[in-house]
Design a protein around this ligand. Structure first.
Ligand code: C2G
Length: 138
């Protein structure tokens, strides 16, 4: 049983997220996903996600390629999460390339190419643009 672990916010799920998770799952037999908490995102990105931690956990755990989810409370605790979930491979998108190499004493560290042209930040801005164009009713 080859155990894979990955981490992310996974807010406003899009094809970039889906392709990353499917490729990660294909590298082993069991995929665990650490979903970063609202508080961690506020500290990391200065704003909270659109979907709450509970909603993002529910959405990601509904995916066939995902076997287990948990809440990631700190970026610094990755080593503990890797040991706790007995991961053989840590997978991240290449926007994190090199950032987690220090964990290759615990497991293999693999960076996969991101899907270009799609991001949650881009989705939020395009949705708010559309929102501005919708005439107010009543
Ligand atoms: N991703 C991708 N292609 C995109 C967007 C995202 O492959 N167009 C990948 C990212 O590289 C990441 C995963 O999808 O591996 C989740 O991305 P985010 O939700 O943006 O998460 P992030 O802010 O990178 O959180 O502990 C690390 C953090 O929790 C990572």
């Amino acid at each position: 049983m080859k155990r894979i672990i990955t981490f992310g916010t996974y807010d406003l799920l899009h094809v970039g997220h889906i392709r990353l998770l499917k490729r990660a799952a294909a590298l082993g037999d069991h995929l665990t996903v650490g979903i970063s908490s609202d508080e961690l995102n506020i500290s990391k990105k200065g704003r909270g996600p659109v979907y709450s931690t509970a909603e993002r956990l529910e959405i990601i755990s509904a995916l066939d390629c995902v076997d287990e989810v948990f809440v990631e409370h700190s970026l610094e605790a990755k080593g503990d999460y890797i040991k706790e979930h007995q991961a053989d491979v840590l997978v991240m998108g290449d926007d994190w390339a090199g950032k987690f190499d220090m964990f290759n004493t615990l497991c293999d560290v693999v960076y996969l190419p991101r899907t270009e042209g799609i991001s949650t930040t881009y989705l939020i801005s395009s949705i708010s643009d559309v929102g501005k164009k919708i005439p107010k009713v009543g």
